[in-house]
Design a protein around this ligand. Structure first.
Ligand SMILES: NC(=O)c1ccc[n+]([C@@H]2O[C@H](COP(=O)([O-])OP(=O)(O)OC[C@H]3O[C@@H](n4cnc5c(N)ncnc54)[C@H](O)[C@@H]3O)[C@@H](O)[C@H]2O)c1
Length: 361
């Protein structure tokens, strides 16, 4: 059902790091939205963001259920720890809102299914915050894949390994976020990889997780942590076999002794391969006219594909979601796709726990 409004009223649940860094800047840059409500268990955080961004008119809540009952909203953004995503999304949809839920969509496939069913039942839109798909290089690779320029993609690598970047705030280290790096950075890299390959049919996964670096806070870009604070995995590695026989290797670490390679994908096809650079840009390789070539397209010059540097990913996220709501289209980031990312992450944890390969239905 089309929901055509001039201004969409937005409520934000969870006023932590990503709310301040992505959501509120993205929302206030968008002329089609007005932030009418902010909620955080720690109400001072909601008040702080209201003050910081001049949102004096927004209602402030500590209880999200009260926000859903009392506040005037069309869209709810959920930016709370991962185990709360399902419960809050289902409640927000049930109260008649469209929902943009932060990544990962949830902690289990069953939760994702519940969220998708709630969106269908309420005839509201649901999307997930995988904003790195809007990066120019990601869009460029996606177009190459759609045109078949890589041929058959039979190997890919999802990169989510950082040299020293452990998020030490909130519940990242405590275990109350549903896990460690595999439920934090890994979903972004996996989302980019599955989306560009357009392959959402995993057959099995075999994985290992590690807790080896938790006593080594030196050099972390966000500062150190207390010795007993780090309760989750700091790294994990998985081999995911897809039903068509393709292999996806996932490498995830918050801190590891190697060069950072984060939020990136590498795709190897029968006709060509692509790598993403850490600082943006793409490297393409293959054979042309009988000779090997390597090309690095310049996406900054007008006229090149995706040249008009698109709005920053964080701004585009809300723009795209509002477009889907207005035009009654499927969101750019479909919940069914985000669900497969969560299903694989759930399988990775199960495989690491059991020591066995996990097979998907
Ligand atoms: N898209 C991205 O690139 C990206 C980046 C970082 C985080 N995230 C996601 O955003 C979410 C939040 O991450 P963060 O880094 O902002 O964490 P954070 O700890 O800084 O913020 C979470 C906030 O939720 C609040 N909260 C907890 N329980 C609540 C409840 N019951 N009701 C209301 N508020 C509650 C906390 O008080 C906190 O302020 C996570 O799901 C994370 O995976 C996404």
């Amino acid at each position: 059902m089309k929901d055509n409004k001039t201004i969409y009223k937005v409520g934000l649940i969870g006023c932590g790091w990503i709310a301040e860094d992505k959501h509120i800047p993205g929302l206030i840059a968008n002329k089609d939205v007005e932030i009418t409500a902010l909620c955080d268990l720690d109400v001072e955080k909601a008040k702080k963001l209201a003050g910081l961004f001049g949102l004096e008119k927004a209602q402030v809540y500590s209880d999200y259920k009260k926000l859903l009952t009392e506040a005037d909203t069309d869209i709810i953004l959920i930016a709370t720890p991962n185990p709360l995503h399902c419960e809050m999304t289902v409640a927000a949809l049930g109260a008649g809102n469209h929902v943009l839920c932060e990544k990962p969509m949830a902690t289990t496939k069953a939760e994702c299914e519940e969220m998708i069913a709630a969106a269908k039942a309420s005839d509201r839109k649901l999307t997930v915050g995988y904003q790195w798909r809007y990066r120019p290089e990601a869009l460029y690779i996606k177009e190459m894949c759609e045109k078949g320029e890589l041929g058959e993609i039979y190997y890919a690598k999802a990169h989510a390994a950082r040299y020293r970047a452990v998020p030490k705030w909130g519940e990242y280290l405590s275990g109350k976020n549903g896990g460690g790096v595999l439920i934090d950075g890994a979903p972004h890299a996996l989302d980019l990889t599955l989306w560009t390959m357009n392959n959402y049919e995993p057959a099995s996964v075999k994985a290992h997780t590690y807790h080896k670096m938790a006593q080594k806070p030196e050099g972390n870009i966000w500062g150190g942590w207390a010795e007993d604070e780090f309760k989750v995995e700091d790294s994990g590695f998985a081999i995911i076999t897809m039903k068509n026989g393709a292999t996806v290797y996932l490498e995830a670490a918050w801190l590891i002794n190697m060069l950072s390679g984060d939020m990136k994908t590498t795709l190897c096809g029968t006709e060509a391969g692509v790598d993403m650079f850490n600082d943006g840009g793409v490297r393409i390789n293959g054979i042309a006219h009988g000779k090997p070539y390597v090309s690095e397209p310049d996406m900054s010059i007008p006229g090149a594909p995706f040249a008009i540097r698109p709005v920053a990913p964080m701004y585009r996220e809300t723009q795209e979601f509002i477009k889907a709501i207005r035009d009654d289209e499927e969101p750019f980031i479909k919940p069914e796709e985000a669900m497969v990312v969560t299903q694989i992450i759930e399988g990775i944890y199960e495989s690491a726990r059991s020591g066995k390969e996990v097979f998907f239905e």
